[in-house]
Design a protein around this ligand. Structure first.
Ligand code: NAI
Length: 333
């Protein structure tokens, strides 16, 4: 019996994500919340012959609380997406307040739920959720996840394109660590399950790294002002949510990358801080997920000199992004 909730469910990501979750046989209840259109989206999805009972609410009459009641997992893709020329950080002004309000609802109504944050800038919105939870005395770092899966999905695809064999894309695994924006996205191609590094000279390695870091810009540009990645994000979000749900159901050994608070596993977090040479509170890395959330933070392991340089460039940017989110909530403007 798993209740999953999508906040921002009528949006570009929210609708296909809700569709994919509706097809997950482990989900028995699916709650949808948005400031527009959720009754329609819910009615539409409810006709699909899968176990999940679907309900959609709008803000009036305590719609957020009704949606969240009894939630085991809450996925948040609410907020504005990028337009050409914008960075994810440019979204902060609008999305920070949206995420804070939704997090307040979760802390009040479903404080034990696993929270998966998609809304950008993820590097800052995750600290906002954590601060809201701390203020409500309900913060458990094991239960909060920034969704960075799309970076990993892109890395698999782009590596399969380099080796000219898209059929290998589903099985190629490349750890992508750091954060979820520009230079904070650090692909560890030396640890790719396909030994792609041996095929890449310096320029090609840089080009592939850049493409993984800035892959989102390709979509923003192609959509020409109408938004950013939605379908690939819904796919990635559903993939990550499915792992979390399987872990909740007791499956063991589930590894996935996510942007987490490093106190979620104090020992693993301390080892990772040593590797990056900085006492950051949040970082994206492979984690093992279990029934209580983050079981283990997996350190980065052996890196090439180039990857060490990428990490060194990511750390100060991440530090600024984290402080921006945490400060916003501690002292809202
Ligand atoms: P969208 O504009 O199509 O949908 C956002 C939805 O959020 C809309 O339906 C809107 O009504 C809703 N919303 C706004 N305020 C709300 C509130 N207070 N409560 C509930 N719902 C609210 O945007 P899209 O394309 O779905 O993107 C959503 C977010 O996901 C953006 O911040 C975007 O940057 C981010 N994103 C994150 C990625 C990641 O890898 N983590 C990848 C792609 C996008």
């Amino acid at each position: 019996m798993v209740k999953a909730v999508v906040l921002g469910a009528a949006g570009g990501i929210g609708q296909p994500l809700a569709l994919l979750l509706k097809t997950n046989p482990l989900i028995t209840e699916l709650g949808l919340f948005d400031i527009v259109n959720t009754p329609g989206v819910a009615a539409d999805l409810s006709h699909i012959a899968t176990p999940a009972k679907v309900e959609g609410y709008l803000p009036p009459d305590d719609g957020l609380a009704k949606t969240l009641k009894g939630a085991d997992i809450v996925v948040i893709p609410a907020g504005v997406p990028r337009k050409p020329g914008m960075t994810r950080d440019d979204l902060f002004k609008i999305n920070a307040g949206i995420v804070r309000d939704l997090a307040t609802g979760i802390a009040t109504t479903a404080p034990k739920a696993f929270v998966l944050v998609i809304s950008n800038p993820v590097n800052s919105t995750v600290p906002i959720v954590a601060e809201v939870f701390k203020q409500h005395g309900t913060f458990d770092p094991k239960r909060l996840f920034g969704v960075t899966t799309l970076d990993v999905v892109r890395a698999s695809t782009f590596v399969s394109e380099v080796i000219n064999d898209l059929s290998k894309a589903p099985e190629i695994v490349v750890p992508v660590v750091g954060g979820h924006s520009g230079v904070t996205i650090v692909p560890i191609l030396s640890q790719s399950s396909h030994p792609v590094l041996s095929l890449l000279d310096g320029d090609k390695l840089k080009a592939l790294t850049d493409r993984i870091q800035f892959g989102g810009d390709e979509v923003v540009k192609a959509k020409d002002g109408t938004g950013s990645a939605t379908l690939s994000m819904a796919y990635a979000g559903a993939e990550f949510a499915t792992k979390v749900i399987k872990a909740l159901a007791g499956e063991k050994g589930l590894i996935a990358p996510s942007y987490v608070h490093l106190d979620a596993d104090k020992e693993g977090g301390a080892a990772l801080k040593k590797e990056i040479g900085k006492d950051l509170d949040y970082f994206s890395t492979n984690i093992e997920i279990g029934p209580n959330g983050v079981e283990r933070i997996i350190p980065l392991g052996k890196l090439t000199d180039y990857e060490k340089q990428l990490i060194a460039a990511a750390v100060p940017e991440l530090e600024t992004n984290i402080a921006k989110g945490a400060t916003f909530q501690k002292a809202p403007p």
